[in-house]
Design a protein around this ligand. Sequence first.
Ligand code: ATP
Ligand code: MG
Length: 571
Amino acid sequence: MINNTNEESVEKKTLNFIEAAVENDLKEGKNNSKVQTRFPPEPNGYLHIGHAKAICMDFGIAKQYGGVCNLRFDDTNPVKEDVEYVDSIKQDIEWLGFKWNNIYYASDYFQQLWDFAVALIKQGKAYVDEQTAEEIAKQKGTPTQAGTDSPFRNRPIEENLRLFQEMTDGNVQEGAMVLRAKIDMGHSNMHFRDPIIYRIIHHHHHRTHDAWKVYPMYDFAHGQSDYFEGVTHSLCTLEFEVHRPLYDYFIDELIETPELAGEAGYRPRQMEFNRLNLTYTVMSKRKLLTLVKEGLVNGWDDPRMPTICGYRRRGYSPEAIRNFINMIGYTKYEALNDVSMLEAAVREDLNKRATRVSAVLNPVKLIITNYPEGKVEALEAINNPEDENSGTHIIEFSRELWMERDDFMEDAPKKYFRMTPGQEVRLKSAYIVKCTGCKKDENGNIIEVHCEYDPNTKSGMPDSGRKVKGTLHWVSCAHSLPAEVRLYDRLFNVENPAAEQEKDFRELLNPDSLKTVTNCYVEKYLSELKPADYLQFQRIGYFNIDQDSTPDKLIFNRTVGLKDTWGKLNK
Ligand code: ATP
Ligand code: MG
């Protein structure tokens, strides 16, 4: 479902440089004062949070200036692409809360692009090179040294046409020939040194099937696709800045080929912003694919992955992700953003929307020795104190409860405000109890904690205002359900895995990024909830129900911990 309910609430103070440029274009009446953008993923993996930054920009600009944004799959390399990725990309964009105008595919333009390549050959601006990739790379030169011409650079137009046709017909082996634009082997921008524009790939394509044996390169496909679609502002990340002159070059060439370009009168403009990089995270699709393929994580949607589906499964909300992107903003400089900023955005958002419930992760039995056996009280628990419309739900209270083992100490230091003999604490939403001691097994392990309750201290009763320093959560033994809880930590041990060039990134994985706790108890109410529900396990953190959960085996993910003010006050 597309979520348009929580429109960006954060007021923007100043325009970012792309908004300013778009406004300026509109003021000058460029492109008939039209704004059209696209989000152009290659369907070779799942979207990650870096893509979310591009999505917020592409869809955001269109929306802000009354334009449209299309989804365009940049599907020019059939070897790596798959419909599985196409489907997941659509789902993730919708979940993030954005709606495209149309869906296009670069493969829709394969014929037009091929026709354009032929037109360039006919104008003497492209040639078939029979050298190996290594030979071509060797001739590229360096930024300060001109490249060397290919021995095939000046072959006759007729021969180029014939060979390109043979490549197209599937008569030539992969790698045996490429089509190159004939520009300038001495150009100061290396991308102009006769870039490869077509290569042979004999591989089934997820949309065009086996129709094509030659495929356009990114630089030859992207700008022209923008042009064919009517994109006015082609927004992308900084690494494409050096490609921009070539982007413009091919569009100029296209516009000068009116039988292909149609009535010109407008042209797309490429603008670049900084990529999102996060600490303790890898964002390259190639590396993420390796993690998935080698089973180092449990799939693309493993809650430790920086993918949109991973975050969704972990319990991040789309609003939290959008707020984070809004917070970090767009600049012209590469940066590394602190993942704790993302976590803070998640916490802030979930604080507003999460249902407060009780779960005991490391249980020990608490017996209220003066509470009648067999008695059960249905207490009202507030769903969310931050939201007065959130309502309440029932939590049962009885003589035997589960409490956290860590909330009891037999010999406690002075400032310990939790359960210890002689001290009063409040049981959340219920009574004040006084600890009377504990029971141990023959090995000295604590197996029960004992206390007495004061019947006049139930929430809402006369003595309910009595001051006690600690409030503990609990669940009733007879009214709780066993559960598994998955506690996630950062997937990588080092702040900037991409910077550790000399090490394989797999060596940098945090071996403790997933801790599974199996002997937990949660209140019964949780069996009615769904994976999309946001929860706060009081005093512990934000959680959601994992998709692996079944009524017989409840499984929860820790989305993010609470800001631990409780811990600071009480330890
Ligand atoms: P990767 O390098 O992770 O494989 P990519 O750039 O190849 O990513 P594409 O599917 O081609 O992935 O990207 C689609 C769009 O998303 C592009 O416009 C690209 O600039 C943008 N994008 C990709 N990664 C990031 C990122 N980390 N931050 C911001 N935008 C990104
Ligand atoms: Mg790319």
